[in-house]
Design a protein around this ligand. Structure first.
Ligand code: NDP
Length: 335
């Protein structure tokens, strides 16, 4: 039983010394418990926040314990009435190959094109995209929608849902290959590479009627380029700020808070943060009902960035935070 423990908390960007790989005995199963073997481990940006011990919407990951994370797992032994050996479930086993659970927060998977999709398009990131866009973004035919991290599981889903609502969708992504994919495969009207020196000008040119919805995934210079283009009554679902998750200091001045607040006031911009399960947990069935047929009919495309082997989890995690992933980052832990 291999496990990656959280060995120390990062100062700024996470490094490999923050994790420690250990071999542990496979735990015994008591009455009312199940033994889970991890098939797939999800790697997500929120994990960076869990490595810190600052106050947040969720408790920090504990030092010297397996790093937290969502998994698709197989029940290999059951002393629990609701589960049988062989069941494939969505669980929170973390970065380890086996875990014991009392069945809380474990859900049997229904029919899926692939079990690992329960960690992406038909799971937490897809749910985030759906609720953030449909409930907060309120897309309407003909409006301009901008989304960054446009080829990741949240951004790609937001953009494709926006297209289905009749929006002019402009993606922002890191690199030409990702941008080409966003246009050719995901059907976005345009996609701008944020590494370009003329990124802000390119973005403005791709949004000739301004921006009605900005789905905020990254913050930083993308937000800076978007903000002046936001139209009156624009909506901004604030989903994530991944460009700053490892920042230790405020960016250099001048302080632009008055300009930003003035813009929000005069243009009556509505910005709303949300934490998916806290705010929308009870609407998960609605999401699955809407999203499953779209995925099955290939009206929404989904791409995974699959990494082989639990030993490679930390590097894959660092890479994802830096945009070296291309699609949803998933670690294949066992067959
Ligand atoms: P992704 O798989 O898209 O990975 C993050 C991506 O962010 C990278 O691939 C990279 O894409 C982009 N990125 C990283 N640094 C920068 C930067 N400095 N400037 C611009 N882009 C950058 O992640 P997800 O789809 O899983 O998550 C997207 C966002 O949604 C995250 O902020 C995450 O925290 C948030 N989230 C929020 C939830 C909530 O409940 N509020 C729930 C789930 C996710 P590229 O190479 O294209 O730049």
């Amino acid at each position: 039983n291999q496990a990656w423990l959280l060995a120390s908390r990062p100062h700024g960007e996470p490094v490999k010394e923050n994790f420690r790989l250990v071999e542990q005995p496979i735990p015994d199963v008591k009455d009312g418990q199940i033994l889970l073997r991890t098939l797939y481990l999800s790697l997500d940006p929120y994990m960076r926040g869990r490595m810190d011990d600052s106050k947040s919407y969720a408790a920090p990951a504990e030092l010297d314990q397996p790093m937290v994370g969502g998994t698709v797992s197989e029940v290999v032994e059951s002393k629990h009435a609701d589960f049988q050996q062989g069941d494939v479930v969505l669980a929170q086993s973390g970065w380890q190959s086996y875990a014991v659970s009392d069945g809380n927060s474990v859900a049997k998977l229904g029919d899926l094109p692939h079990p690992s999709w329960a960690l992406g398009i038909l799971g937490m990131p897809g749910f985030t995209a759906y609720m953030g866009l449909m409930d907060i973004g309120q897309p309407k035919q003909g409006e301009t929608l901008v989304v960054a991290a446009a080829t990741g599981p949240v951004g790609a889903t937001v953009g494709q849902l926006g297209k289905l609502q009749g929006c002019h969708v402009v993606g922002v992504a890191g690199g030409e290959e990702k941008c080409r994919y966003a246009i050719e495969k995901l059907g976005f009207s345009a996609c701008i590479d944020h590494h370009r020196d003329d990124f802000a000008e390119q973005l403005a040119a791709a949004c000739p009627d301004g921006i009605d919805i900005y789905f905020e995934n990254v913050g930083g210079k993308v937000f800076d380029a978007v903000f002046p283009l936001l139209n009156t009554a624009a909506r901004v679902p604030v989903c994530g700020l991944v460009s700053g998750y490892s920042s230790r200091e405020l960016p250099p001045g001048p302080d632009r808070t008055p300009q930003i607040m003035g813009g929000i006031l005069k243009r009556r911009i509505r910005m709303q943060g949300f934490i998916i399960f806290q705010d929308y947990g009870d609407r998960y069935p609605e999401f699955l009902k809407a999203m499953t047929p779209l995925v099955e009919q290939q009206k929404i495309h989904y791409r995974e960035h699959m990494i082989d082997g639990l030993e490679n989890a930390p590097q894959a995690f660092f890479d994802m935070l830096k945009g070296k992933n291309f699609g949803k980052t998933v670690v294949k832990v066992a067959q």
